[in-house]
Design a protein around this ligand. Sequence first.
Ligand SMILES: *[C@@H]1O[C@H](CO)[C@@H](O)[C@H](O)[C@H]1NC(C)=O
Ligand SMILES: *[C@@H]1O[C@H](CO)[C@@H](O)[C@H](O)[C@H]1NC(C)=O
Length: 416
Amino acid sequence: MGQPTPSRLRRFWVVSTILVSLLAYYMYIPLPADISDPWKLMLLDATFRSAQQLSHLIQYVGLSHHLLALNFIIVSFGRKSAWSSTNVQITDTNFDGVEVRVFEGFPKTKEPLKSGVLYIHGGGWALASARISYYDELCSAMAEELNAVIVSVEYRLVPKVHFPEQLYDIDRAARYFLQPEVLEKYSVDPARIAISGDSAGGNLAAALGQEFSKDATLRNKIKLQALIYPVLQALDFNTPSYQQNANSPILPRHVMVRYWIDYLKGNQDFVQAMLVNNHTSSDMEVAATLRARLNWLSLLPKSITKNYRPVMKKVGNSQIIQELPQLLDARSAPLIADQEVLQNLPKTYILTCEHDVLRDDGIMYVKRLESAGVEVTHDHFKDAFHGCMIFTSWPTNFSVGVRTRDSYIKWLKQNL
Ligand SMILES: *[C@@H]1O[C@H](CO)[C@@H](O)[C@H](O)[C@H]1NC(C)=O
Ligand SMILES: *[C@@H]1O[C@H](CO)[C@@H](O)[C@H](O)[C@H]1NC(C)=O
């Protein structure tokens, strides 16, 4: 090895500069000025995007479905086995055949009775697990701070199962948990039980809440529902928040539409048409009627709608609803439920993030529930992005992650 010649040095710098610029270009996404910890968010988003691209590559070469590959990556990095401390005992078991991870706060104490929360993790009905560190930490913190028993449901995911199987898993686990002898075994007070979930888990929690509210024998068994940036409808992908955050980190609009299509076992060729609301044009009677239930010009305040315009085509693509009638089913899209179903729902907490395509799904549900006479607490975070509540520990710790989690747990503490 001789001295590096000036030309070799120059080549080194040119190549390094190109690599760094490419990396910066790949990582850089324009972010709103007020978003929490922007550099960290860019890094998180770039990591998640790389994992998504790698998964698509794996599918392309024929090794596996991209969602299976992506979930394999997520779960291998984040898996945590059941552990226990003096304050929380964690057990993996099953409730009527559905796998669950149970977190018991202060396990040695039988008195006073504990509260109970059925928790449903997010991940587009396709990703994540009750057993990854993010959800494990959230649920153990809840168990400890609330002196509660948290049942985190390991429901089956896309592409193994599709709508409504995920909901059936949740429903089975919930009914099993609500049996008097099971509650007694876990020292849970039957009058203090909540259902809760984030993102797609918020969708499943909201759907379960509605199923139970239709049944007079189950209606009074749930004291509260707490929905964290829930997915609530698939009829309008051009609400102000979908328009404003079409390219926002973690959950860009086209990715959300793809999760929907996979959940309903539809054809991904519909994505482009659905992005411009061609699946719910005014010539399709049922779709147009249901879209009236999410008429955001009347449901949302001017501070949210700003100058955004509704996207409603006169003629669209009726084939989409013909092939995917589940789009019009309130069990997949709880926001479109009848008023009579809503009015029997329990006291509700809804958390929304400003920089999230799903913001307006949540705010419209707040309004519809209030009109139905349900008591609702709406907690909105100006600097928050979709998914933030699970990002509370290093290296993916965000100040807004800690604030949203604290606010959520505080509400449960005061109301459960
Ligand atoms: C949406 O429907 C319109 C007709 O109203 C059609 O011209 C357009 O190509 C469709 N767009 C997509 C992406 O399918
Ligand atoms: C994340 O955690 C590290 C180490 O505990 C801490 O120094 C840093 O301030 C935290 N950042 C945020 C945004 O909370």
